[in-house]
Design a protein around this ligand. Structure first.
Ligand code: AMP
Length: 113
């Protein structure tokens, strides 16, 4: 389901270029354009859902697939395969693109939460 004003929907539709890391029927993984860590991927479901608050019970499989994609991405990290997942929900905590996504961050110390 595409939202014509959404940058991630345009990337998913290949109307806007992005560096694609992985793609399945349901999920696209791209490099973040403004990385906060040496590895900074965005795990993006292809359905336009604004945020975690907008998930429905029927999205349970999709939500699980996002986590399993994180596991898959971690498999090529050097040991101990440490990574952080972040999902911003609401502008007040930093969400800037209102299409649900999970930040996958790795490659540096991130112990301050
Ligand atoms: P959030 O602030 O949690 O909504 O995260 C949105 C993320 O999308 C930010 O880290 C942006 O750097 C990233 N972003 C925005 N536009 C693009 C784009 N065209 N390609 C890749 N990443 C983007």
């Amino acid at each position: 389901m595409k939202n014509p004003t959404c940058i991630f929907c345009k990337i998913i539709a290949k109307e806007v270029p992005a560096q694609i890391i992985a793609e399945t029927n349901d999920i696209l993984v791209i490099n973040d354009i403004a990385p906060k860590a040496p590895i900074h991927y965005l795990i993006i479901p292809k359905n336009h859902i604004a945020d975690v608050k907008s998930l429905q019970d029927t999205d349970v499989e999709l939500a699980g697939k996002m986590l399993l994609m994180a596991k898959q991405l971690s498999q090529v990290l050097p040991e101990p395969r440490a990574f952080k997942l972040v999902m911003n929900n609401g502008a007040a905590v930093g969400q800037s693109v209102f299409h649900i996504h999970c930040h996958f961050l790795a490659g540096k110390q991130m112990t301050d939460f």
